[in-house]
Design a protein around this ligand. Sequence first.
Ligand code: GLN
Length: 558
Amino acid sequence: MLIWEARRPKSPLMCMKYVVVSGGVLSGLGKGVTASSIGVLLKSAGLRVTSIKIDPYLNSDAGTMSPFEHGEVFVLDDGGEVDLDLGNYERFLDINLGKNNNLTTGKIYSKVIEAERRGDYLGKTVQVIPHVTDAVQEWIEDVAHQPADGSGEIPDACIIELGGTVGDIESSPYIEALRQFQFRVGRENVTFVHVSLVPVMGPVGEQKTKPTQHTVKELRGLGITPDILVCRSTAPLSVETREKLAAFCHVSPQAVMSTHDVPNIYHVPLMLQEQGLCEILGVDHRATDLLKDWKTMAHHLDTLTQVVHIAMVGKYTNLSDAYLSVIKSLQHAAMAVDRKLIIDWIEASHLESDWSNEAEKTTAWDLLKNADGVLVPGGFGDRGVEGKIAAAHYARTTQTPYLGICLGLQVATIEFCRNVLNLEGANSTEFDENAPTAAVVFMPEISKTHLGGTMRLGTRPTLWQVDECKIRTLYGEGEAVDERHRHRYEVNPDLIERIEAEGLVFVGKDETGQRCEIFELKGHPYYVGVQYHPEFKSRPGRPSPPFLGLLKASTGQL
Ligand code: GLN
């Protein structure tokens, strides 16, 4: 068991504590939430915490990956397009990470190959061990020491989450690097946590330990002995299950934890604390009030009864991971207005006039009409765009609160051009290159030949153009707001004057005064579009203003 010494001994390189979280048996066990929750416990003990997510795929980043396969692409302040788990870390730990906090095989190989081309290896054969494994360790040590909580101070602890499942061929160089890493930084400075599954079988609900025994055996075969086991299960582990796992997996019985089903994820840090994780890590969670706040939040969410219905009109509606941060932001805002959030998922194409399945069309329209508010999130490609335009039209003309994010701003602008300015066939050149009116156009600085990392990305300031409007009030003080971007197209600057003359006012623009960032419709309870993605900066207890506005308007509280 590890006894963590007092924070901040002399050399920061010596005092950094690492918690490595790996996963076994199968994916989807909530390894990211477990890892972030451990971070919350460390933070509650007064430590500064950062995190690194390792994704063993060959892509350089998540930017070119389909939300279908991989869930949402999370965007960081520095424009990094990363795995959605970094969103969990930012939200749980209230930190801001950079693109290097997401390590991928694509990045590490590029670095090693670049070094080889420079001649850095002095004639040596360049190999996975030691060159790639060394590069991984250097990367981790360097990034772990980058300030992340806005204080400018070096973190005290770093959570390292290894993506994938132990035993995957592509993750083996990382396991080896992490095995070596414990000697590089000192065994007492690294805690290995392995997340596994305990399935329940048979009529009496027997908790089965064999899958966990196997995955730990595999991990130990690779040279890593876990200090702590976290077992995903439906119910708390029985004493017998814990003891059996401890005996077979070479961990102490106190270090076998369960993450069983709970009503909401804010319970996870509390559940781990109740099982003694802080004692095992040697930290005192009573150093701050953080866990008290989490407890209040978790219980508040459990006790909400009055509902609010938000219609989400998108194209990945059967895959909630594709809109993870948007969902979280809606939840943060719903909590702030004391409502239980119900998201009514509407497949955008089902709203289209020529959708041939009448039953689907009726269901989609019924959901839209019964919703308290409408949200059209970001997106790429033309599938479902006409349905999104129809949703924006419905919200505008029925005084239903509307929030359009990125593509959601663009479709609402197209709708306005078509139906208020009577510009027939107005469209985005993304969907119709020869549109009679290009309401939304390709931005001049964007590459037409390279897809990876070439969008307008990351944090950019938006300057207020008016002294008073709803969205400015929601954001509060300040002449500008900083939000994160990810787009290639923008509202056609040539049309702005005509659009504004009809009441759709671009109340926020970029520093050049040309690029539209926020619109608000005059005389509507809440019709707001943002070209950026506010969902990436929403936090529990500190909801993002555009979302808060939507929820307030949808519940009559604006
Ligand atoms: N496809 C649009 C663009 O590139 C919108 C992007 C988005 O919603 N993230 O501008």
